[in-house]
Design a protein around this ligand. Structure first.
Ligand SMILES: [Zn+2]
Length: 128
């Protein structure tokens, strides 16, 4: 108890009750859930967002082109329009993931429309 108070006094961030006060005092909180702060979560989300955006480009754009041009793809026994729809469906799944990963981890709302988000415009949580 005394050690965990000392940990807080030293400026160590603990987001949940530590199992071992001695370790918590030294700054080790990895054995408890929810020890990641919102800045770390948002940074993780940002890398997931880029990863998923690549898949949006890989599926949504070819889907659009297939829908628009409807090329003759006789080597695949599927109508190119239907194939385009299937590609767009997969692309849409990744668009939803991008949207989900762009939400504020604290309030689950849109943190703002800027390219680089410093803090959430909804709840004011620091995000980067
Ligand atoms: Zn927020």
């Amino acid at each position: 108890m005394i050690l965990s108070i000392q940990g807080q006094a030293l400026g160590k961030v603990t987001h949940c009750a530590p199992n071992f006060p001695v370790l918590a005092a030294l700054g080790y909180t990895s054995n408890c859930r929810g020890s990641m702060n919102y800045i770390e979560i948002y940074r993780k989300q940002a890398s997931d967002r880029k990863f998923n955006f690549v898949f949006v480009l890989l599926f949504w754009l070819p889907g659009l082109l297939l829908q628009y041009y409807k090329p003759d793809i006789s080597f695949i026994p599927i109508n190119s329009g239907i194939l385009g729809l299937a590609f767009m469906g997969i692309g849409y799944f990744f668009i939803l993931k991008v949207v989900k990963n762009s939400k504020c981890p604290a309030c689950k709302q849109s943190p703002g429309n800027h390219w680089v988000v410093k803090s959430c415009k909804n709840c004011g949580e620091q995000l980067s």
